[in-house]
Write a protein that binds this ligand. Structure first.
Ligand code: NAP
Length: 465
């Protein structure tokens, strides 16, 4: 047999997960001029692009234009998309070993970090990840319900996801018209009674996890006053000291926060309140058994021996109304069947992208990972590019040493026949393009940028599958 990676014997790679990390890994493989590679990309959903479709906020359409880069990758003759094919449900890792020399897991971080406080699981207290997936039309969350008849919403955490959630709750229907928010969410928000949304930051303004452009957007909503209490916008001496060495982004965020704290409310219909140095301690139910109030504790900051600023509870408590709660304290990964996983960190066990066998401590031959499921839920979409390149570098180093899986049937036709046997309704990239065109056309009919299909059956039906 000729060398793997040549015209006679292409390197066959399976990428599991069609989000940014998966596409950047495919792009990095295709960029290797010396290499002949065939990439088959799998996703449990019929639609590609992962969090770009199901996570990025519907009013951030510009960020979503990164899909143009991914479409270019998908246009390569040696690229195939197998949507609606789930690892663990339709196919197994052991199956992939028959058809591919290398496997890359890029399944992202699909769930939320747990907030362990009494009452945390009361009805009406949700993971922000569920709300985000719901308003973005993720089919698995299509039938979730959120009680928007409540006047007071509390969002725990002040990262960019929390900011997204708050904007969607506070935007007017006119503002939402210009977004690709799912129609069922748009309809539910049309009847929303939400009047105040309170975001809870456990540390101070100088440690806010949201970024300056996102903070700026919060102050520019059409019918929502942004409120920050002046005493909470003030920096404690430790933060003031830390700010002397802070980057421009942090300085701008603090500047914006302090500017907002000086603003007089304009009497708009909705109020977004950003609190600092408070942590939730308990959720209480009302008579109907649903969450109605939250107890919070005031924190103070202290510096650890590594110089980071941590929150410490004081003895000052208060209660705030909370008819609906979203926990937005970070995403975490979900284990894949037969793939080593580190529960504590919520990532696939790996070293710079090479999957590690926990029993031997050595590399599981032919298995790799990239993106949030490799390093945790940090950074923006573009951060995944160098991350995927690092993984592909390791894959190339192993290829050069001949450290690969030895598939019995390394051919496109054999893989396709096998996949069709396991999931007859698999979706190709050409199918996705049809769905894409239909969604854009449906949107144009009602003056929206896109009207998403939010049920798998609906997508398969319009594709005639
Ligand atoms: P994140 O940036 O890690 O923010 C998590 C927030 O939760 C922080 O404010 C954190 O506070 C807080 N938190 C954590 N544990 C807590 C606890 N036990 N009690 C109270 N608060 C707690 O996570 P994320 O917002 O989910 O975002 C994930 C990644 O996606 C980030 O890198 C983000 O920048 C990115 N993203 C970017 C955009 C964009 O570019 N527009 C949009 C969405 C997401 P501490 O800081 O004190 O830990």
């Amino acid at each position: 047999m000729t060398q793997v990676g040549t015209a006679d014997n292409p390197l066959r790679v399976a990428i599991v997960g069609a989000g940014p990390a998966g596409f950047y890994a495919a792009e990095a493989l295709f960029k290797r001029k010396e290499l002949v590679v065939e990439v088959d990309m799998f996703d449990k959903l019929p639609t590609p692009f992962g969090l770009v479709r199901a996570g990025v906020a519907p009013d951030h359409l510009k960020i979503k234009s990164v899909t143009k880069v991914f479409e270019k990758v998908a246009d390569r003759p040696n690229f195939r998309f197998f949507g609606n094919v789930e690892l663990g449900r339709d196919i197994a890792v052991a199956d992939l070993r028959h058809y591919y020399h290398q496997i890359v897991y890029t399944t992202g971080a699909q769930t939320d970090r747990y907030l362990n406080i009494p009452g945390g699981d009361l009805p009406g207290s949700h993971a922000a990840t569920e709300f985000v997936a719901w308003y973005n039309g993720h089919p698995e969350y299509r039938d979730f319900e959120f009680d928007l008849s409540q006047e007071h919403v509390v969002v725990v955490g002040i990262g960019n996801v929390a900011v997204d959630v708050c904007r969607i709750l506070c935007r007017t229907q006119e503002e939402l018209m210009g977004t690709d928010i799912a129609e069922h969410a748009m309809e539910a928000l049309r009847h929303s009674k939400v009047k105040t949304v309170t975001m809870l930051g456990r540390r101070g303004p100088a440690q806010a996890a949201f970024t300056a452009p996102e903070a700026k957007e919060l102050g520019e909503m059409a019918d929502c006053d942004l409120i920050i209490y002046p005493e909470e916008a003030e920096l404690d001496p430790l933060s003031q000291q830390a700010l002397a060495e802070a980057d421009r982004g942090t300085l701008r965020t603090v500047e914006l926060i302090q500017e907002y704290a000086r603003r007089e409310p304009a009497g708009k219909s909705c109020q977004l309140i950003i609190r600092f140095l408070v942590s939730p301690t308990e959720l209480f139910a009302g008579e109907d058994g649903r969450v109605s109030r939250m107890q919070v504790v005031k924190n103070e900051l202290y510096a650890t021996e590594y110089g980071t600023m941590r929150p410490r509870a004081t003895d000052q408590h208060e209660e705030i109304p909370a008819g609906l709660v979203f926990r937005s304290i970070g995403y975490t990964g979900v284990p894949l069947s037969d793939v080593p996983f580190n529960e504590k960190w919520g990532v696939i066990l790996n070293e710079d992208g090479r999957v590690i066998d926990p029993d031997t401590g050595s590399h599981r031959v032919g298995e790799y990972t990239a993106g949030w499921i490799k390093r945790g839920a940090t950074g923006v979409i573009g951060t995944n590019k160098p991350d995927s390149v690092e993984t592909v570098d390791k894959m190339m180093a192993d290829l050069a040493k001949g450290v690969l899986l030895q598939p019995e049937k390394p051919s496109v036709a054999a893989a396709e026949a096998f996949i069709a046997e396991c999931q007859s309704c698999y979706v190709t990239f050409a199918d996705w393009r049809k769905l894409d065109e239909l969604e854009l056309a449906r949107g144009a009919e009602c003056g929206r940028p896109r009207l998403k299909f939010a049920r798998v059956e609906e997508m398969l039906a319009v594709l005639g599958k």
